[in-house]
Design a protein around this ligand. Structure first.
Ligand code: 1HE
Length: 267
């Protein structure tokens, strides 16, 4: 597998469009002719990208080049795979998507068009999802005779519930971007064509947070939420104490008390 991996990695630059806007890194899935279907090359390119996020980056926006976020697993790569290769392949996706979820910096997914199968699994690894009206969510695994393999059965039920995910997989039910907000698929809905700009705007805002707070939200919050309450409360106390004792927190709180920073007001 080693040679296949390095060959795929070598081609990675063409498969992702990576740009920097201030402290925001934008990472575009760049296979529009294949509706950004996720082949091994693009998965490994994502791995490379998230393994070397520059120090001056404070947040990442993931998006799809063209009209779709992603049509999911590249089905043309599936046909020759046996059970062992399938397990290794699924674990590769898990490793890469974990790298997104447990990234040093928050990741915001800008969604439009197809957010299907593995594309939805990828979006679920991000911390915030921003959809525009064309986005739609589907898990056609049932029709294809396969199962989710990119962490979808772990992450998606935590967003939308097991029953809803089971329905999507069994019946092929599709949810629209508008339906998706109250159900938990995305936290934001923009006007037509607005997801990328909104995601960049949110990313720029998130990048200004104290790094230790962002760390706590990404690394500690999900573990605390899954822990038993007593363990969770202790972890919360420890994390809160570490964050408060950081010089950045002291500086920011002093600035508020000295009336040098914005108040919290509805926009
Ligand atoms: C693909 C893929 C793909 C498009 N793998 N090649 N995902 C699916 O079951 C979704 C399958 N795709 C579609 O339903 C449609 O392609 C779309 C609704 C996303 C877009 O439709 P459309 O009319 O805009 O494009 P198209 O003509 O269907 O596709 C354009 C090309 O992309 C075409 O190739 P071409 O060489 O004939 O031009 C398609 O074959 C190709 N293409 N989607 C491979 N998915 C870790 S487990 C995860 C399991 C899953 O993700 S299951 C869900 C798989």
């Amino acid at each position: 597998m080693g040679n296949a991996v390095s060959a795929a990695t070598a081609a990675s630059s063409a498969l992702l469009t990576i740009e920097q806007i201030g402290a925001v890194l934008t990472v575009g899935l760049n296979r529009p002719a294949k509706r950004n279907a996720l082949n091994d090359g693009i998965i490994l390119a994502i791995q490379d990208c998230f393994s070397s996020i520059p120090d001056d980056i404070g947040a990442v926006v993931m998006h799809g080049i063209g009209a779709h976020f992603s049509a999911g697993l590249d089905l043309s790569e599936l046909t020759e795979r046996d059970a062992t290769a399938g397990l290794i392949h699924s674990q590769m996706w898990h490793r890469v998507f974990d790298r997104i979820q447990y990234s040093r910096v928050p990741v915001i997914a800008a969604l439009r068009g197809a957010v299907i199968g593995g594309g939805l699994e990828l979006a679920c690894a991000a911390h915030i999802r921003v959809a525009e009206p064309s986005a739609y969510y589907a898990l056609p695994e049932g029709q294809r005779g396969i199962f989710v393999g990119g962490g979808g059965s772990v992450r998606l039920p935590r967003l939308i519930g097991v029953a809803r995910m089971a329905d999507m997989m069994l019946t092929g039910r599709i949810y629209s971007a508008v339906e998706g907000v109250p159900l938990g698929f995305s936290q934001y809905l923009t006007a037509d064509g607005g997801a990328f700009d909104k995601a960049v705007e949110l990313a720029a805002q998130v990048a200004k947070n104290a790094p230790l707070t962002n760390f706590a939200v990404l690394q500690a919050l999900p573990m605390i939420a899954e822990a038993n309450p007593q363990t969770g409360l202790l972890m919360e106390s420890l994390m809160a104490t570490v964050a408060q004792s950081d010089q950045e927190a002291k500086t920011r709180i002093r600035a508020f008390l000295d009336r040098k920073t914005a108040k919290v007001r509805p926009s």
